[in-house]
Write a protein of this length. Structure first.
Length: 98
């Protein structure tokens, strides 16, 4: 079964948009160069102002490859620090409506 990941950053919507532009992905239109193994992606801001990303991946290995090859460098280029929180969850079931 797939695995879910919560990432929480000190960041803003502008940071989120800048990283996505560098990655050539558009979460609104769902177009772009999305990483292999990513099954679902949600970006949000919390009440405390943190930037939270919730993703479902086919494996932790796929996410690790993406982090090393593309996401990590994009975060660094925008000036974002590593996430304050990174937590893997075992997915028990999913439902997604387009």
């Amino acid at each position: 079964m797939s695995e879910a990941l919560i990432l929480e950053f000190k960041g803003t919507k502008a940071d989120y948009d800048a990283v996505n532009e560098l990655l050539d992905i558009d979460p609104i239109t769902r177009e772009g160069d999305w990483p292999v193994g990513l099954l679902s992606h949600v970006g949000a801001t919390s009440a405390s102002g943190s930037l939270v990303v919730f993703e479902v991946w086919d494996s932790q290995e796929s996410q690790g490859n993406f982090m090393a090859s593309r996401l990590g460098p994009a975060l660094a280029k925008v000036g974002m620090a590593a996430p304050d929180r990174q937590e893997w969850l075992s997915v028990l079931g999913t439902h997604h409506t387009h």
